[in-house]
Design a protein around this ligand. Sequence first.
Ligand SMILES: *[C@@H]1O[C@H](CO)[C@@H](O)[C@H](O)[C@H]1NC(C)=O
Ligand SMILES: *[C@@H]1O[C@H](CO)[C@@H](O)[C@H](O)[C@H]1NC(C)=O
Ligand SMILES: *[C@@H]1O[C@H](CO)[C@@H](O)[C@H](O)[C@H]1NC(C)=O
Ligand SMILES: *[C@@H]1O[C@H](CO)[C@@H](O)[C@H](O)[C@H]1NC(C)=O
Ligand SMILES: *[C@@H]1O[C@H](CO)[C@@H](O)[C@H](O)[C@H]1NC(C)=O
Ligand SMILES: *[C@@H]1O[C@H](CO)[C@@H](O)[C@H](O)[C@H]1NC(C)=O
Length: 640
Amino acid sequence: MCFQRLNHFPLFLTFFLLFHHATPNPIKTVVVMVMENRSFDHMLGWMKRLNPAINGVTGSESNPLSVTDPNSKRFFFKDQAHYVDPDPGHSFQAIREQIFGSNDTSANPPPMNGFAQQAFSMDNTSRMSENVMNGFLPDLLPVYKTLVSEFAVFDRFLSFVLFLTPSNACEHLWIIYSWLVRWFASVPASTQPNRLFVHSATSGGATSNVAAKLAAGYPQQTIFDSVYDAGLDFGIYYQNIPATLFYRNLRKLKYVLKFHPYDLSFKQHAKEGKLPSYTVVEQRYMDTKVFPANDDHPSHDVYQGQKFVKEVYETLRASPQWNQTLFLITYDEHGGFYDHVPTPARGVPSPDGIMGPEPFNFTFNRLGVRVPTIAISPWIQKGTVVHGPNGSPTPTSEYEHSSISATVKKLFNLPSFLTKRDAWAGTFEGIVQTRTEPRTNCPGGKGTFYLSDLSFVLCQNTKRRQLRASYTQLARANLQNKSQTAEWIVKNCIAAALNPVSVAPVHSVDSLPRREPKLGKRMFCSEDTLKLSLETLKKLPTPVKIREGGPNEDAQMSEFQQELIQLAAVLKGDNILTSFPGKIGKDMTVKQGKDYMDDAVRRFFEAGRYAKKMGVNEEHIVQMKPSLTTRSSKSSNRNP
Ligand SMILES: *[C@@H]1O[C@H](CO)[C@@H](O)[C@H](O)[C@H]1NC(C)=O
Ligand SMILES: *[C@@H]1O[C@H](CO)[C@@H](O)[C@H](O)[C@H]1NC(C)=O
Ligand SMILES: *[C@@H]1O[C@H](CO)[C@@H](O)[C@H](O)[C@H]1NC(C)=O
Ligand SMILES: *[C@@H]1O[C@H](CO)[C@@H](O)[C@H](O)[C@H]1NC(C)=O
Ligand SMILES: *[C@@H]1O[C@H](CO)[C@@H](O)[C@H](O)[C@H]1NC(C)=O
Ligand SMILES: *[C@@H]1O[C@H](CO)[C@@H](O)[C@H](O)[C@H]1NC(C)=O
């Protein structure tokens, strides 16, 4: 058995949190990462097995094949999610059917019963229905499994029961400490409208991915502009192409130097403590053999996504800026996968009064399906639970993508909201305002540990039972000898971990103290070898490959990838060609598309840097010509 830290402490903390936000804002850097197309239940639903407070699934959730047939075959939610291909439906109509089971949107709360039926309409072999009614086992997503345990997950319920449940597994010991609130996609629609909401709190009326408009660029004010106007810095670390260039403003010359190739710059800037106030990390959207996509978009391997999250986390963790960083990972939309939490369908304001296109004339009065969101910061209290924005700032407020700009506005004291939507969205700056100093025991750290974290380390190991035994015995030995140094314990725990046979059998676990032993709080490891082994152990777990075989780089490009190609065409000046937009990219394979993008992006930024040097008006956007010459045009009169 492990030591139980506890019992009423977290309860007290929750209370404290709601009414007392005393600590001033410690966050100077917000890092945002938007993954692709997965629902909360699909990714994190089964984490409920590790922590009952997570509003996930039990397996009793089901959807009928036909909503109108009471005797219909039912699909129960399973834990067999693995590699998913093809892509389930996530158009406006498809999502309406998933949420309401029909075209009638009057039900409140929505029954969330049309996922299997909608999938069946796309693939009548039932394979897709099974796919959308499935979630990942936590062990397949080991990085999230750890992050969920250490930091905030935006989910729903506050569970008092949790803290009173005795835990006799080490996993429970550490998994218990997390934040739980709920977070929805901003629009019940596909990728791009939701991605637009993330940094601008509106999609400018878009309810689908409109390639021509995306290529021309959406004109609204973004959080990047607000941050910049307030004299703060922002930066976008891109891989194939920055999808943030779908915001027209970001193409302006004044922002050219805000874009950095991830591979060359991200680790370097983090190491030098130079990450900007608002930092966006973009994935590889193109799946090639040498550089597999890591955006979690089906059919890409989530293993790559896990590796990427781990890399970004560990980079931030090692940065001198770590103590002032808040790292957010969210998913743009649910990608057609089932989620059991009814999407809020009342009291949601239109951001800007712009109505969606016919035939739906959507007024942006409903949110999308719940998606996974994880907040990470050393300022987030391990052991605190919060549920939803709690009627603030309005009684109907929820967490959704606009909560990012709303929270950034508060953290950075920006003068105004972007739209009515971020003015309404719940903010979560409270989660970083309860501690008086940052945690020093986050995974991936160096040298300083709490005893409870050591159990985490050791429990990660395969020989769990023995290791737990060794650990508890050592801890117990220490309790009996107050002068035992912490270093000694750590060293011996490691020795025990590496060679469990060398320690004597454990005493009855029942005789162990119920509380974490008090060891004078911290333990410092001075020996280099010890540090090394601890560091290795303390890294986030290494994910394993899920997809068999590698990327098919000769495949045709997906819709999303074609939108990116059209963006690349605009950057490169090929949009003047008669083949634009319809034909551009249609005949390209994924590999060719990637090469085309790489070239377009490189040229666009090169030309931008040159124009900037030449003193061209910074409000302008560089317009390339297919002939490779460069001219600058006023930003307002370009493109169809
Ligand atoms: C829902 O609307 C679509 C068109 O948007 C139509 O094709 C479909 O038949 C309708 N379904 C039902 C159940 O009315
Ligand atoms: C599936 O669709 C095919 C072709 O549209 C049809 O021939 C077949 O009968 C359908 N199967 C089921 C189970 O509905
Ligand atoms: C995810 O979103 C993009 C954009 O809507 C779309 O093209 C894609 O098909 C969606 N689903 C998947 C699995 O990609
Ligand atoms: C972060 O803060 C902790 C606690 O104050 C301190 O021990 C640690 O050295 C700091 N880390 C960095 C990178 O500044
Ligand atoms: C949508 O709006 C258009 C133009 O405002 C109108 O002609 C049409 O009837 C509306 N459609 C619906 C379904 O309300
Ligand atoms: C307690 O620990 C100290 C430091 O490791 C050691 O020198 C001492 O012998 C121990 N005492 C007993 C009774 O084990």
